[in-house]
Structures are given as C-alpha cells and as structure tokens.
Design a protein around this ligand. Structure first.
Ligand code: 0O2
Ligand code: 0O2
Length: 211
C-alpha cells in the first residue's frame, strides 16, 4: 500500500520540484534585468496522503480516478506584491510552451463566499519518467501577499474548527478579508513610490556586493 502511494506520487513530486525551479527562475530573470518582478516568491507542495484521502472522501472521488479528478495533488503558489502583478504572471504562464493550461478560475474578481481571493490555473504538465512521458494535472495559485496572509490564517482555523466556525470568528475572518482587500488597494495607490524605493534599495545592495 505504502509502495503504491510512493509510485503514484513520484511524478507529482518531480513536477513540483521542476516547476519550483522554473517559476522561481522567472523571478531571477527580472532581478537580473533590474526591473520590478511581479513574482515575490514561489512555494510548492505535494498534497499529503491524508489530505488526498479526506478530499476524495468529501468530493466522492473514487481513488482510481484521482489523477483525472483531483487537480491539486501537485500545487504551486506564486505570491505577488500588487494585485496588478497577477495578470502579467497569468499571461506569462499562458504563453509558456512547456505545459498546457487546461482551466482557469478567477476568485479575484469573483471572490469565494468565505472571502477567499486568488487566481487559479490548472495545467497539464509532462513529466519524463523511465517509462515514458506522463502528463499530470498541477494547480497553480497566484495571489498577493495580503491574499496569502488571509488564506493561510483561514486555512489553519478551518483545520482547527473543521470548517464550522463559531459566529464571532466567522465575522472576524470576513472583516479580515475586507481589510486585506483594502490593504491591496492602498498598496496599489502607492505602487510607484514603493517601486522607486525598491530600485534604490537593490542598487545600494548591488554596490555593497561589488565593494
Ligand atoms: P517550499 O516548498 O519550502 O518553497 P495541508 O494539506 O494543507 O494540511 P500543506 O499546507 O499543503 O498541507 O503542507 P505544508 O507542508 O504546510 O506546505 C508546503 C508548502 O506548500 C508551503 O510553503 C505552503 O505555502 C505551500 N502550499 C500549501 N498548500 C498549498 C496548495 O494547496 N497549493 C499550493 N500551490 N501551495 C501550497 P513552503 O513550505 O514555504 O514551500
Ligand atoms: P489544501 O492543500 O488544503 O490547500 P474546493 O476544493 O471544493 O474548494 P475545487 O474546485 O477543487 O474546490 O478547487 P478550487 O476551489 O479552485 O481550489 C481549491 C484550493 O483553493 C484549496 O485546496 C485551497 O488551497 C484554496 N481555497 C479555496 N477556497 C478556499 C478558502 O475558502 N480558504 C482557503 N484558505 N483556501 C481556499 P484544498 O483542497 O483546501 O487543499
């Protein structure tokens, strides 16, 4: 059984590792050209077996249909400083030719009832194995740092309360979601100022490094 999971998850692990390098590489390319990177940082994970089983159970996904019906066994996250950075990242992902985008879900213009905001893309990624090429589904979530902060906190609370929040916590989470939204708006307003400061800061850092 353990061996079976190990075999099943191996291409997902490989995909996450490869995509982390590729997507982090996009950030370094911006840095090299000294232009504002729309990507702040990238994380990735393979869903833990227990979480796969829970989700399959909740969504009635038969275990032999996991690879077609569970889109986030392999998951990448790309964090951006500003809401306006998200579109260029999405465009860039669409224009790559090392994978195919099969679905997009825009929870930014259409936030979820919980208050969750993020842009989701599901891609079909070809992994090269010793038995030939395997195409697997990978979910990429693109969000701002503020959206990520909210989602991370809500995710832990969700885990603690198993999705059934006490009324006061639910209310606070909704207010926190609004506050995160306003924070993103405020930051967009002073985006120019922030970026100028960041350019000066990185020039100073470069100077120091070359001294
Ligand atoms: P790195 O790899 O060091 O750069 P869960 O099932 O949710 O309880 P979880 O949260 O997936 O378990 O596991 P874990 O170990 O906390 O997460 C590993 C990394 O993947 C974390 O960043 C998370 O921010 C990120 N991550 C977690 N869940 C998801 C997801 O659903 N989709 C995507 N795309 N990324 C996720 P590290 O450790 O800084 O990453
Ligand atoms: P993990 O690894 O625990 O994060 P569903 O899963 O039913 O919500 P669907 O169609 O499978 O819906 O995919 P969807 O909603 O596009 O993406 C699911 C993933 O988005 C979740 O993965 C979360 O990572 C994130 N997400 C969606 N809604 C919320 C929310 O209200 N709060 C938070 N914090 N994250 C959300 P999982 O399955 O929870 O996995």
């Amino acid at each position: 059984m353990v061996k079976h999971w190990e075999n099943f998850l191996a291409p997902y692990k490989q995909a996450v590792e490869e995509l982390k390098i590729k997507l982090k590489g996009m950030r370094s390319q911006y840095e090299m050209q000294s232009i504002h990177s729309p990507i702040e940082f990238v994380t990735g994970r393979v869903k833990p077996i227990a979480s796969i089983l829970d989700k399959a159970n909740n969504k009635n996904i038969p275990l032999d249909k996991l690879s077609e019906e569970m889109q986030d066994i392999a998951g990448l996250r790309m964090m951006c400083q500003f809401v306006d950075d998200i579109k260029p990242v999405v465009q860039m992902l669409r224009s790559r030719n090392d994978f195919e985008v099969v679905e997009e879900r825009d929870y930014i213009s259409q936030k979820k009832e919980s208050g969750y905001r993020s842009y989701h893309m599901v891609i079909k990624y070809p992994v090269q194995t010793i038995d030939g090429e395997k195409k697997i589904l990978v979910e990429i979530q693109i969000r701002t740092l503020a959206m990520n902060f909210w989602a991370t906190v809500e995710h832990s609370l969700n885990y603690k309360y198993r999705g059934i929040f006490p009324k006061d916590i639910e209310l606070r989470l909704q207010r926190a979601a609004e506050a995160a939204f306003r924070l993103d708006e405020e930051m967009s307003q002073i985006r120019g100022e922030i970026q100028e400061a960041q350019v000066i800061f990185s020039r100073k850092k470069e100077q120091k490094d070359s001294d």
